[in-house]
Design a protein around this ligand. Structure first.
Ligand SMILES: [Zn+2]
Length: 282
């Protein structure tokens, strides 16, 4: 199966990205009309069982699969090296969480997007590895400004429910809403380092999971009220989740996690492919 190739090259976040290409290879990809795929995550605490770079590793695996699917459909793609200095409003007080101010993240994004334009690329499709609403609103602003200042089509790809939650209009010109979304059912909220995130990380990066800790982690059983208190962030997040996770990591299953990520990749690839086909028709 093609997806088994995803982790060849080990856990390097540069694997399969432009960072492992040479400059003539990048020039050729741009000349051939390749689209650029970009994952933006953060270095952030993920409980006592997952590494800080979880939100960077996940989009790395996702985009490797998206690239494969696009190429099977004749759409060339390169993966931009991941962005990992983002906004951590909610869990910013935990050790190991790094944070930059939104205005700094926007300026860096604008410069990086101008670099893509200089290389001759025209279409950028970005996904977020991180749930924090302020991070994602900042990412949207960075894509909007970068795209318009560079003169390049820059899209934020995500599910309609996601854009609704972060308060971004899914009809915005820099948004590419997916046609469907991964169905994840859980009794209580499972939004940070819980069953789903742990399962997907385990599916692709098993050596990074502190498996001996998992059975000791009690489900947080959060209601919507608990979740909104947690989302206030900082001291509230530390008080609500002293162990850093929100969900049920002990229920994780690597096989289910791998399936979720591969389904998600198919949904993202489908949105990008139909956008590119609509450009050809236009
Ligand atoms: Zn995460």
């Amino acid at each position: 199966m093609a997806e088994n190739d995803l982790m060849q090259g080990g856990y390097s976040i540069f694997h399969g990205t432009m960072a492992d290409m040479t400059y003539p290879e990048v020039a050729k990809a741009a000349a051939d009309g390749a689209v650029v795929l970009w994952g933006l995550g953060v270095i952030e605490q993920h409980g006592p069982h997952l590494p800080l770079a979880t939100d960077v590793y996940m989009p790395a695996a996702l985009l490797r699969r998206v690239k494969q699917i696009l190429e099977e459909q004749g759409i060339g793609a390169v993966i931009m090296p991941p962005f990992y200095w983002g906004v951590n409003h909610v869990t910013g007080l935990f050790p190991g969480t790094f944070e930059v101010r939104p205005e700094i993240m926007i300026e860096v994004m604008v410069d990086l997007i101008k670099s893509l334009k200089k290389d001759g690329f025209s279409n950028l499709f970005s996904v977020s590895g991180h749930g924090d609403a302020l991070h994602n609103r900042t990412m949207h602003t960075g894509l909007k400004r970068g795209g318009s200042e560079a003169g390049l089509n820059a899209y934020f790809v995500g599910a309609p429910s996601f854009f609704k939650r972060i308060g971004v209009d899914a009809a915005d010109g820099n948004v590419l809403a997916t046609a469907s979304e991964v169905d994840r059912k859980s009794k209580y909220f499972d939004v940070h380092a819980g069953e789903f995130e742990t399962s997907s990380m385990w599916g692709f990066y098993p050596d990074l999971i502190r498996k001996e800790v998992l059975p000791t982690l009690k489900s947080t059983d959060f209601t919507i009220e608990d979740l909104s208190e947690w989302r206030k962030g900082r001291e509230e997040a530390v008080r609500k989740t002293p162990h850093g996770y929100l969900g049920d990591p002990a229920a994780s299953d690597p096989k289910m996690g791998a399936e979720i990520l591969l389904n998600h990749a198919a949904i993202v690839a489908e949105a990008i492919a139909s956008k590119m086909k609509s450009k050809v028709r236009a």
